[in-house]
Design a protein around this ligand. Sequence first.
Ligand SMILES: *[C@@H]1O[C@H](CO)[C@@H](O)[C@H](O)[C@H]1NC(C)=O
Ligand SMILES: *[C@@H]1O[C@H](CO)[C@@H](O)[C@H](O)[C@H]1NC(C)=O
Length: 301
Amino acid sequence: MSVHTIVEICILLYNILSAYIECLINIFRNVPKKDIRDHVVVITGAGHGLGAEIAKLFAKLGARLALIDINKTNNERIVEEIKDITGSKHVFGYCCDITNEEAVAQVVQQIQRDLGDVDILINNAGIVQCLPFESLSTKNIKKTFEVNTFAHFYLIGHYLPKMVSRGVGHIVAISSIAGLIGTAHLVDYCASKFAIIGLMEALEMELRQNEINDGIKLTTICPLAMTTGMFKKPRSRFNWIFPVIDAKYVAKETVNAILRNQTLITVPKNALYFYGLGKIVPLKAKLAMQQFFSYGVDAHQ
Ligand SMILES: *[C@@H]1O[C@H](CO)[C@@H](O)[C@H](O)[C@H]1NC(C)=O
Ligand SMILES: *[C@@H]1O[C@H](CO)[C@@H](O)[C@H](O)[C@H]1NC(C)=O
């Protein structure tokens, strides 16, 4: 081994150590949260559930909002609700099918006209079929990927170049614990949510190759099943370890993670340890644990 390589290894060890020390310091330093007053936040799937809750929290923090949903009635209701709560005039609703590239291009233009440059993009919209593999049609599978995966690409495709040229921005993906852990009756959903983890991690690596992108942050959120009705039959033997969680709580954790520039979180936090454990134990041990905790979803009819 050359002296040069040995020096490089020392530098590597130093960098690893200082990354740990920085993390440790940040835990105790209680870094102030990012101030997002007047920032423009785009949220997909804002008409219902988690998207609506995130929108309300950002509105309270003084952000200006562009709320996108395919369901106009629901979306307008949330827009009005937020206007009532906050008195803000800067809340705009857009009815858009985000699986349609042209519709996305149009809505992006309209948002630019109404609100200007976007600071935070939250790709939240998602669908679930919740069917055993043999009941999934190709059409089902494509739909799942169009909403849960491809739409992220379309929206990031529009917003990232502008963020790069401005040197600031934040892209957020709502994945799922099912984006980290394979789950029965969710084969297509898991695949589409694992894809988001890959998208965000790879994009992070690509952005970090160039220091000018330091102002652009990425955050991925992996919640357990929520009580929003997306999964009709979630089950958990020990609700205190793996709760079926409230969207309001997930929204709070999501906004916190964004304001602290966190890369990836699970909600609740302890789910991340089970994920880590699942990666290192033998398959049979993993199956035994899944059976013991009986956490999962039953197929929809
Ligand atoms: C919008 O959602 C509501 C309530 O979830 C539902 O009753 C209505 O049919 C939906 N509208 C459309 C156009 O999908
Ligand atoms: C988050 O990142 C932005 C952009 O780089 C930076 O201005 C802000 O200080 C960071 N905030 C925290 C809490 O890390």
